[in-house]
Design a protein. Structure first.
Length: 288
C-alpha cells in the first residue's frame, strides 16, 4: 500500500463522514491558508489595520466570532508570544459598515465548526514553548460573541524549520449518540505530511456548558518502513459500546519481499465516559 493510496483512502473517508454527519465544518487551515477563504476572529478585540505594519492605523477592533472573508494568501510575518504567523487581507461587516484591512493569523481561528444554530467551536495556535519546543493551542466555544468555555492544549506540533506553525488543522463532527450528557463530539486533527511526523487526532466533547478533552489518537508513518494509524470506535460504529470510546491502533510494517505493508501489531484502548470525562479502562495489545 503506497502513501498516496493511504492519503486517498483518508480523503474518501472524510468526505463520506461529512456526508453522513451533514457537514458543519466552516473552515480549516491548510498550508498557511484558510479553506473556503473565510474564518472567524479568535481573539476578542483583534485589531484590523490598514497595512501589515503593526504601527499602522487600526480600522476597527473586531469582536470574537466576527466572520472574515480572506481576500488573499497569507504573506509577511507577525510575531507574538514566541511564534510567527502570516498577515491576511480580510473583509467583514460590522455595525452595518463594510470594512477591509489586514490582520495577523495569530488572531484568527485556524479551524471552526458549528455546534448548533448559534454555538461555534473554534481552535487556534496561541503560543510556543521554547523549553518543550512545542506549540500551544486553545479551543473556545462561543455564542453571540460570548465565550462559553475554553480549553488549553499542550504539545500540538513541534517546530519544524521555522517559527511558523506548519501543521494543517481539520475539524470533523462525530455522532455523539451513546454518550449521556454530551451535546456534541468533534475530532480536531493536526496533520503534517512529512515522514516521521506525529499526527495527533483529539476527541473533544461539549456538554452544553463545558469542553471535555477525550482520548488522543496518534498517526505516524516512516517512508518505506512502517505506518502507524489509530481510529476511534464510538457507540454508533460497528463494534461500538454505549458510554465508551475505543481506540484501535494498527502498526503496519513494510515487507521488502512483497514490497507491501502487513499488520504486525493491533492494540485496543478503551475509555469510559463518566458524564464529566473519559477514564482509561483497559489497554490490550495483540501481535500478529
Amino acid at each position: 500500500m503506497t502513501l498516496l493510496t493511504i492519503v486517498l483512502r483518508r480523503c474518501v473517508f472524510l468526505i463520506s463522514l461529512l456526508i453522513l454527519t451533514g457537514g458543519g465544518v466552516w473552515a480549516d487551515y491548510w498550508y498557511g491558508d484558510f479553506v473556503e477563504d473565510r474564518t472567524l476572529v479568535f481573539s476578542d478585540g483583534a485589531p484590523l489595520r490598514d497595512s501589515t505594519d503593526i504601527r499602522s492605523e487600526v480600522i476597527a477592533e473586531l469582536p470574537v466570532g466576527t466572520e472574515l472573508i480572506i481576500l488573499g494568501n497569507g504573506a509577511g510575518e507577525f510575531r507574538d508570544n514566541g511564534f510567527s504567523s502570516y498577515w491576511y487581507q480580510a473583509a467583514c461587516t460590522m455595525d452595518d459598515r463594510s470594512l477591509s484591512g489586514y490582520i495577523p493569523g495569530a488572531y484568527l481561528a485556524m479551524s471552526d465548526i458549528a455546534l448548533g444554530e448559534d454555538t461555534i467551536f473554534m481552535f487556534n495556535v496561541i503560543g510556543f514553548d521554547t523549553l518543550s519546543n512545542e506549540f500551544q493551542g486553545e479551543i473556545k466555544v462561543i455564542t453571540g460573541g460570548d465565550i462559553l468555555d475554553n480549553l488549553f492544549l499542550e504539545a500540538i506540533g513541534a517546530a519544524v524549520s521555522r517559527d511558523f506553525y506548519e501543521y494543517n488543522t481539520e475539524l470533523i463532527a462525530f455522532d455523539h449518540s451513546g454518550f449521556t450528557g454530551l451535546q456534541n463530539l468533534v475530532r480536531l486533527s493536526f496533520i503534517y505530511t512529512e515522514s516521521g511526523a506525529l499526527n495527533p487526532d483529539l476527541l473533544i466533547g461539549w456538554t452544553g456548558e463545558h469542553l471535555v478533552l477525550g482520548p488522543v489518537a496518534m498517526n505516524q508513518f516512516e517512508a518505506q518502513s512502517y505506518i502507524y494509524s489509530t481510529k476511534f470506535i464510538l457507540p454508533t460504529d460497528e463494534g461500538g459500546v454505549d458510554e465508551t470510546a475505543i481506540l484501535e491502533s494498527i502498526l503496519q510494517t513494510r515487507d521488502e519481499a512483497s514490497e507491501d505493508y502487513t499488520v504486525s501489531e493491533d492494540s485496543v484502548t478503551t475509555y469510559i465516559w463518566t458524564g464529566s470525562g473519559f477514564d482509561l479502562e483497559v489497554s490490550d495489545s495483540f501481535s500478529q
